[in-house]
Write a protein that binds this ligand. Sequence first.
Ligand code: ZN
Length: 155
Amino acid sequence: MARTKREIDKERMYKKLMPSGRRAAKAPAENAARDAGGARAESAAAAAARTSAARRPSGPRRVAVPAMDNRRTAVVNTMEAAVLGKLDSVLERFSCCRCDRCKKDIVALALNKLPPRYKVLAEGQPQPDLDPQTNAQVVAAMIQAVIKVRANPRH
Ligand SMILES: [Zn+2]
């Protein structure tokens, strides 16, 4: 009997996880459709997709291998948060342009210079602190990126 219950649980878990993946993949199209009109007649599925998309920023960022991510854990390149967390202070120190394009160019350049540091993070789990050596590496990569972008901005 216990085995049957476990199988049922497994099936329920599977059903819980799979539609969420499909909903997440469809969300942009649904949002586009909603923006294009017909705002009122929103299906429950679309509303759920919107809710899960809205909830997403509080959890780990889904950037690395979305197909493997679910609500509880995600594979995350922790270098991304490290770079983003230092962006404002580096821009200020080097009086660099803060337009969207320059910021993104700096982030992309810095991340391409840095080795990825993938970790499996649970939902709500904070990003681990960087060791001092990695921290210095991140700062150095960002300074190089800022100098490059400032010399030749693409905005
Ligand atoms: Zn700019």
